[in-house]
Design a protein around this ligand. Structure first.
Ligand code: SF4
Length: 228
């Protein structure tokens, strides 16, 4: 790619956007097809095994990048790039909100140097926000969506919603209404499906989608009353 270097007014060849190695698939751990059933199973245990295999795969970044390009509602199925379909859907919504992960940094976070620390923080922090703050205290410059991918890769849930404190008696739906109405409405405005919003927040169940619907419907009703 040739660009004009504005500082020197010279044409410069820029190789920053080097294409992904075309042969990355030949270096994948899953290329032999062993355990392929685990990659396309609805069983939680099988999905977990497949994701664990991805964690040790040398081309996990290339694979997830590729998956993000080909994922859509028809073909979205199975584990790919270390994530299950709900996680990849949640990642799409992150990107809809303008949050793009740094997959190279996510890979660092699951390297042998950092994985133990990440898992240990995972069990102690109540939210992604807390986890990011703790990693920054350790000197890492990271953002939430990058840490979210690393948590998923490391086998965690990486939920967007904070875990409730032990003395917090609110239900999931109540917490959704109290703390996440703004996010739900923003994603709804951006055209996200209700079930996808629930998955984005870390709860892909049907009940969670109903909670999202309650918020959207209440906002629509309040809007109509204001307009009347
Ligand atoms: S990241 Fe997982 S799905 Fe992708 S190539 Fe590697 S083992 Fe296969």
């Amino acid at each position: 790619m040739t660009i004009l270097n504005a500082g020197t007014r010279r044409h410069t060849t820029w190789a920053a956007s080097a294409p992904a190695t075309p042969d990355w698939k030949t270096r994948s751990i899953c290329r032999t097809g062993e355990m392929s059933d685990d990659f396309f199973s609805t069983s939680t245990a099988a999905t977990k095994r497949a994701r664990a295999l991805c964690l040790g795969c040398p081309v996990i970044v290339e694979c997830l990048n590729n998956q993000r390009q080909v994922d859509d509602t028809i073909y979205r199925w199975g584990v790919g790039g270390g994530l299950d379909p709900d996680q990849r859907r949640a990642l799409e919504l992150e990107e809809l909100l303008g949050h793009v992960p740094n997959l190279g940094m996510a890979r660092v976070l699951v390297s042998p140097r950092w994985l133990y620390q990440l898992k240990s923080l995972r069990s102690r922090c109540r939210s992604l926000e807390d986890l990011v703050a703790a990693l920054r205290e350790d000197g890492l410059i990271v953002d939430e969506v990058t840490v979210r991918v690393a948590v998923w890769w490391s086998g965690g849930e990486g939920a967007r919603m904070a875990r409730l404190a032990p003395d917090d008696r609110r239900s999931w739906r109540q917490q959704l209404r109290d703390d996440y109405t703004g996010v739900v409405l923003a994603l709804h405005e951006l055209g996200a499906r209700r079930a996808d919003i629930a998955a984005y927040l870390g709860n892909p169940g049907t009940n969670a989608a109903k909670g999202v619907s309650e918020i959207v419907n209440a906002a629509a009703k309040a809007g109509m009353e204001l307009a009347a």
